[in-house]
Design a protein around this ligand. Sequence first.
Ligand SMILES: [Zn+2]
Length: 186
Amino acid sequence: MVGMSKKALLLSSWYLPMRVLGWQDAVKLVYVGNVDVLAEYAEEIRSPSVTWKMPAVLRQRRTVPPRALGVKFSRTNVYLRDKYTCQYCFRRLPEKELTFDHVVPRSRGGRKTFTNIVTACRPCNARKGHRTCDEAGCSPAASPSTQGLAARAYPGRRIRRAGGVGAVSRRRRSGLGAAGTFATRH
Ligand SMILES: [Zn+2]
């Protein structure tokens, strides 16, 4: 009989700890086939036709969109997605020098979600202020989304978006000061 409190640790394809799962979710992942089981409990799960060892440690075979994994919106997850790099001037900075920017400002109804928040250094954030990107003449290096987060959270994954963060940042390294060089993408 499986203890109802049994948990399983999910690792990324690069063996980084991702999250702790309840045993039901762990079994579901094994059943779907997206994971390899690295360690098992002694306990067994029985259905009328199948008996499984209870999974203890799982490793993802490939990346899973963060929404499917329930990745929560947080400051740290935004920084991770954006590689701790200001999306306007492309400087990579320590966390304490970063903040996040509402692409559509709060005063215009912009929400605090992965699709409206990008990492920004404090000077760029202050310069953009409560303006939209069109008004400020800038645009973040990459359209904010959960896609980048998946790429950061699972380093093995390549960014598939054409002109990913790296390519764009080389083109636009001059930052907000050279607003004319920013293409707007909305
Ligand atoms: Zn900046």
